[in-house]
Design a protein around this ligand. Structure first.
Ligand code: NAG
Ligand code: NAG
Ligand code: NAG
Ligand code: NAG
Ligand code: CA
Ligand code: CA
Length: 568
C-alpha cells in the first residue's frame, strides 16, 4: 500500500516537474504520419508485374526511413478484381495475387519489428457477387435470405412491365438496381453490378462484419480504414417501398450519379450509430487484449457536421479519423486565402468541437497533386499538410512527386482512375525497380528515371528530402504543443502567402511560410525575434542554418516554402 502511494506520488512529481503536459495526452494517431499503399503498385516480389505482400514487407523499412507512423493498405482480400479488390469475395482470405496469410503474418512481424502500424481497408458496404454470402442469399438459404437488399420492384400501371423500386443511380453511373434471374428480384448496388450492397439493418450482417474485424485484429492489425461510409444505409419507407431521389441540377445526364441529390442513399442517420458500434468493439478489444489504441479511419465525402457526428457526440465515440478531403479540392489556381478557407472549413467545426484534425493529400480515386495543382506545387502541399496540427495522410508516391500517367485500356485494366495507380518509382532501373518481370500491370511513368526514391535520396532539396525533414519536425516540442491554447495558428499574410506557426510558447517556435503564387513576395515585421532557416524547398534562395531577423524584411521566391525556427 505504502509503496503504491509512494509510487503514485513519484509519478505525480514527474508530471509536475516535467511540465510537458502537452505530449502526454496525445495519442499516437492524433499527429500521425499516415501513408496509403495501393498494394498492386507498391512492390512486386515474384515478377508477375503486380505488387504483393512480400513486396510490401521488403519496402517497410523505407516507410520507417521517411518517418511514417502507420500505413493503410487498399484491399488485399480475395476478389475477382472487378474493382481491384473493392469487390471482396472473402473478407478473411488473402487474394493469391497478393500472397498468402503466411505472407501477411510475416509482414506484420516485420512491421512490429520496425515500430510501424498497419491499418487494413475494410469494405463493409458491399461484397463481390462472387462471395459465398451472396450465392447463399440468391438461393434464399436459411439466415442469408435478407443478407443483401432485395426487392420485387414496381409494376408500371401503363405498360404493365416490371420496373426497379426507385430511380437511384449508382456511383459509377447507371441504375442502382439490377434484376437477378435466379432469385427473380432486384438487388441494390451503390457501386458496380458486381458489388451488391449488404443489408446493414440485418443484425446477422453486422455480426459477420464484427467477426471480420476480430479476425484481423487477432492477427495484429492496428485499425481499419472504412470504405464508402456514407453509402452503407439506404432509406426505406415504412411500407417497404423506396422513395425516388430528387434531381440535383448538377448534371444533365440522367444516367450520371450527379443527376440526383442523394438524400436517400447517402449519410443516413443510422450510419452514425454504426460508427459508435464499431468503435465500442475496438475499445472492448483493446480492454481485453491491451496494446495501443486501435483506430478507425472513415472514407466519407460528407459535410463536416456529419463527420463531426462520426467522430463522436460527447457521450459516444466513433471514428478517430473521419478523413478530411478539403485540401484535395485545391487546384493550381488556389491562393493562400483559398487554402485558409479550406482549412477553416474543417477547423471551425472539428477543432472547435473535438480538437482533432487530419489532412488527406490524395488517394487512388483522385488525380495526383502534380496534375491537380502542378508539379511545382507538390512540395507546397506536402509542407502544408505536415505543418498543420493533426495527422497527415499521404498517398504512395506523393512524397517523391509522382504524376499521373497516360494509360491505355488493356485486358487487365480499363479504369479512368488508372493514371494515379501506376507502379511506385524506386530507382532509375528496369521497371523503376518495382518489378523484375517483363511488363507491369500498368506502365511506369516516363519520368521515373528522374523522380524516384534512390535518385531523390541524393538530392538535397528533392521532394523526398523535404518530406523527410517535415516528419522530423513533428517530434519537436513546438509541434507537440498543438493541443495547448495558442500552440498553433495559420493565416494568409497576403493573397498568396500562407503562414503556419507552431509554438510551445516558451522556448521554441516554428514559422512555416508558403508562397502559393508566381510572384516574389515581401513581408515586413513578422516578429521581433531572430529565426533560423531549418528547411527549404528547391525554389528558395536560402540555406539551412542561415539567420533571418523577422523584424525586418522577409523575401519569398515564387512557389517557395520555408521553415524557420526560433529557439530561446
Ligand atoms: C473464407 O475463406 C476461409 C479460409 O479459406 C474459409 O474458411 C471461409 O469459409 C471463407 N468464407 C466465406 C464467406 O467464403
Ligand atoms: C434487412 O434485414 C432485416 C432484418 O433481417 C429485415 O427486416 C429487412 O427487411 C431487410 N431489409 C431489406 C431491404 O431486405
Ligand atoms: C450520442 O449518440 C447516442 C447514440 O445515438 C445517443 O444515445 C446519445 O443521446 C447521444 N448523445 C448526445 C449528447 O447527443
Ligand atoms: C478512395 C477510395 O477508397 N475509393 C473507393 C471507394 O469505394 C469504391 C467502392 O468500394 C471504390 O471503387 C473506390 O476506389
Ligand atoms: Ca507479384
Ligand atoms: Ca449500402
Amino acid at each position: 500500500m505504502l509503496t503504491r502511494l509512494l509510487l503514485s506520488l513519484a509519478l505525480l512529481l514527474l508530471v509536475v516537474v516535467g511540465g510537458d503536459a502537452a505530449s502526454s495526452d496525445i495519442d499516437w494517431w492524433e499527429n500521425a504520419a499516415l501513408y496509403q499503399i495501393y498494394p498492386r503498385s507498391f512492390q512486386d516480389s515474384d515478377g508477375d508485374g503486380i505488387g504483393d505482400l512480400q513486396g510490401i514487407t521488403r519496402r517497410l523499412a523505407y516507410l520507417k526511413e521517411i518517418g511514417i507512423t502507420a500505413t493503410w493498405l487498399s484491399p488485399i482480400f480475395s476478389s475477382p478484381m472487378s474493382d481491384f479488390g473493392y469487390d471482396i469475395s472473402n473478407f478473411t482470405e488473402i487474394d493469391q495475387i497478393f500472397g498468402t496469410l503466411a505472407d501477411f503474418d510475416a509482414m506484420m512481424v516485420q512491421a512490429k519489428a520496425l515500430g510501424l502500424k498497419i491499418i487494413l481497408d475494410f469494405v463493409p458496404n458491399h461484397s463481390s457477387d462472387e462471395c459465398e454470402w451472396f450465392q447463399k442469399s440468391v438461393n434464399r438459404q436459411d439466415g442469408y435470405d435478407d443478407f443483401y437488399v432485395w426487392d420485387d420492384g414496381k409494376l408500371n400501371e401503363q405498360t404493365g412491365e416490371r420496373e426497379p423500386p426507385s430511380n437511384w443511380i449508382s456511383v459509377f453511373g447507371g441504375p442502382q438496381w439490377t434484376w437477378h434471374e435466379t432469385r427473380q428480384q432486384y438487388f441494390l448496388h451503390q457501386f458496380q453490378v458486381k458489388q451488391p450492397d449488404l443489408n446493414f439493418s440485418n443484425p446477422m450482417v453486422r455480426e459477420h462484419m464484427l467477426e471480420v474485424l476480430e479476425f484481423w485484429l487477432d492477427r495484429g492489425v492496428d485499425g481499419f480504414r472504412i470504405d464508402a461510409v456514407p453509402h452503407i444505409y439506404e432509406h426505406r419507407n415504412a411500407d417497404g417501398s423506396y422513395p425516388d431521389e430528387p434531381i440535383s441540377g448538377w448534371s444533365i445526364n440522367p444516367e450520371a450519379y450527379d443527376y440526383h441529390d442523394h438524400i436517400y442513399t447517402k449519410d443516413q442517420p443510422a450510419t452514425v450509430d454504426l460508427m459508435y458500434e464499431w468503435r465500442d468493439f475496438l475499445l472492448e478489444y483493446q480492454a481485453k487484449n491491451g496494446g495501443d489504441t486501435r483506430v478507425l479511419l472513415a472514407e466519407a465525402y460528407s459535410a463536416v457536421e456529419t463527420l463531426s457526428a462520426y467522430f463522436g457526440n460527447g457521450t459516444r465515440q466513433g471514428t478517430q479519423l473521419p478523413m478530411n478531403f478539403q485540401l484535395m479540392y485545391l487546384s493550381g489556381y488556389s491562393t493562400a486565402r483559398d487554402v485558409v478557407s479550406s482549412i477553416d472549413y474543417w477547423m471551425n467545426t472539428m477543432w472547435e468541437q473535438h480538437q482533432t484534425a487530419n489532412w488527406v493529400v490524395g488517394n487512388h480515386d483522385t488525380q495526383r497533386v502534380a496534375n491537380r495543382m502542378g508539379a511545382h506545387k507538390v512540395d507546397l502541399l506536402n509542407v502544408i499538410v505536415n505543418a498543420l496540427p493533426g495527422a497527415s495522410v499521404t498517398y504512395y508516391g506523393e512524397e517523391i512527386g509522382m504524376s499521373n500517367v497516360e494509360t491505355e485500356c488493356t485486358e487487365i485494366s480499363c479504369d479512368d482512375r488508372d493514371g494515379e495507380r501506376t507502379p511506385m518509382q524506386w530507382a532509375p532501373l528496369k521497371n523503376g525497380d518495382f518489378s523484375s518481370g517483363e511488363s507491369t500491370w500498368l506502365p511506369l511513368s516516363p519520368d521515373y528515371e528522374r523522380y524516384n526514391v534512390r535518385t531523390e535520396r541524393g538530392v538535397a532539396r528533392s521532394s523526398l528530402q523535404v518530406f523527410k525533414g517535415l516528419q522530423q519536425l513533428k517530434s519537436s516540442s513546438a509541434f507537440l504543443a498543438f493541443k495547448e491554447e495558442g500552440g498553433f495558428s495559420y493565416e494568409a499574410l497576403t493573397e498568396q502567402v500562407l503562414q503556419i506557426v507552431r509554438t510551445n510558447q516558451r522556448n521554441e517556435e516554428y514559422r512555416i511560410l508558403v508562397n502559393m503564387g508566381n510572384n516574389i513576395e515581401r513581408i515586413r515585421g513578422l516578429s521581433n525575434k531572430v529565426y533560423e532557416y531549418v528547411l527549404v524547398t528547391a525554389y528558395s534562395v536560402h540555406t539551412p542554418g542561415e539567420k533571418a531577423d523577422l523584424s525586418g524584411l522577409l523575401v519569398l521566391m515564387p512557389y517557395e516554402a520555408s521553415v524557420l525556427r526560433w529557439v530561446a
